[in-house]
Design a protein around this ligand. Structure first.
Ligand SMILES: *Cc1c(COP(=O)(O)O)cnc(C)c1O
Length: 397
């Protein structure tokens, strides 16, 4: 490592709040699926900023769209209409099949809005203020209080108690566990369609269908968090589309802006007409012209560049190569995931392997202590998969 990079890292450790154990590289620029640190060293990126940079780095059309919006106007206010927000709203409705959208600045903020919409829907129905929400063990929904309250990892919550009230946790992919928690106060069930941070666990088709049926029967709103698994990552624009199990409310973020900080929560017309109204919710930045120019262009490029076709083509190959690794190495106990969101579970912590991969020019990340997560830009090729495997495999123990 150069003196220059060492100095930057020292400075960062002095100035930034210690909320992350950062990998020891200072990144400088990106191109396609490659990142470069400030010493000019090259890395194959299988993290994409945790599922954000779906289109790869330095996409010219995307960059040009942002530049041209910057020259027009970056921000106005949600008290006025702006064209990028109108365009982006139309396109995300079409991509998701949902009816109403509220743009946010982040994933956690999208979850907050989704929870508020669900509580308001139930409030308008019965006037009560003691509604309950069922969330899942091992889920992750973000770090703000509402999102944290439905995050099924006690370790993340403990020091910050009390959380928002009336949250119960069920076991994912276990419908009986969900049913046992339902009462006449239950207003929503929230879950990821594929659990990301919690260890890359896809929902089973039967679980999704059973939860949907339960929600229909009791007028409970199903909130699907598609922040990590959405935006084409599983080979469908949104992971639930694979099963035809439509949520009442959906959250999306991460790859939605491909690098510009955005998120959104969307709902059906029925929820839209019976929940949040003027004065109930707001945001200064959410859905501003720059953010929406990004969303608008991202959704265009998903179409014109056939991003989902590429995911479908390459993900089968990635699965195959990871399965070969699993079969060859006793320490690898499972491979699971959906599309280009895959996990390789080891019988020991994976921190060493990830650090060594970084030294060898490959960026990987974990999802839990023993699981390596593969969440590359959606434009990767089979050759990139081969290159990744050729760096990773010799490091496995
Ligand atoms: C990343 C993530 C969030 C939080 O998004 P932020 O933009 O970091 O607030 C919420 N839910 C899921 C499933 C995520 O992966």
């Amino acid at each position: 490592m150069s003196e220059k990079m060492k100095n930057y890292i020292e400075e960062a450790e002095k100035d930034l709040l210690h909320t992350y154990n950062r990998y020891q590289i200072v990144l400088d620029k990106g191109e396609g699926v490659t990142l470069y640190d400030i010493d000019g060293k090259e890395y194959l990126d299988f993290v994409s900023g945790i599922g954000v940079f779906a289109l790869g780095y330095g996409n010219k059309e995307y960059n040009d769209a942002l530049k041209s919006q910057i020259d027009k106007v970056i921000h106005t206010s949600n008290y006025y209409y702006n064209v990028p927000a109108i365009e982006a709203a139309g396109k995300i409705k079409k991509a998701s099949g949902m009816d109403r959208v509220f743009f946010t600045n982040s994933g956690a903020e999208a979850v907050e809005g989704a929870l508020k919409a669900a509580r308001k829907y139930a409030f308008l129905r019965d006037g009560h203020t003691d509604h309950e929400i069922i969330a899942m063990n091992h889920s992750f929904h973000g770090r703000t209080f509402g999102a944290l309250s439905v995050t099924g990892n006690p370790h993340y919550r403990e020091a910050f108690e009390p959380m928002i009230g009336n949250i119960k946790f069920a076991d994912y992919n276990d419908i009986e566990s969900v049913k046992s928690l339902v009462t006449d106060k239950t207003c929503a069930i929230i879950m990821e369609t594929v659990q990301g941070e919690g260890g890359i666990y896809p929902a089973t088709e039967s679980f999704l269908k059973d939860v949907r049926a339960l929600c229909d029967e009791k007028d409970i709103l199903l909130i699907l968090d598609e922040i990590q698994c959405g935006m084409g990552r599983t080979g469908y624009m949104y992971a639930w589309q694979k099963f035809g199990v439509k949520p009442d409310i959906m959250t999306t973020a991460k790859a939605l802006g491909c690098g510009v900080p955005v998120g959104a929560f969307l709902m059906t017309e029925k929820v839209g007409q019976n929940s949040l109204v003027a004065g109930d919710h707001g945001t200064t930045y959410g859905g501003n012209p720059l953010a929406c120019a990004a969303i608008d262009k991202v959704l265009d490029l998903f179409d014109t560049n056939h991003i989902i076709d590429n995911v479908r083509e390459v993900s089968g190959y990635l699965e195959k190569r990871l399965d070969e690794i699993k079969d060859k190495h006793d320490s690898v106990i499972d491979r699971r995931g959906s599309g280009l969101l895959q996990g390789l579970e080891f019988d020991h912590p994976v921190g060493d392997i990830i650090n060594k991969a970084l030294e060898n020019g490959l960026i990987l990340i974990n999802a839990g202590t023993n699981i390596i997560r593969f969440i590359p830009p959606l434009i990767i090729s089979k050759e990139d998969v081969d290159k990744m495997i050729s760096i990773l495999e010799p490091l496995i123990y």
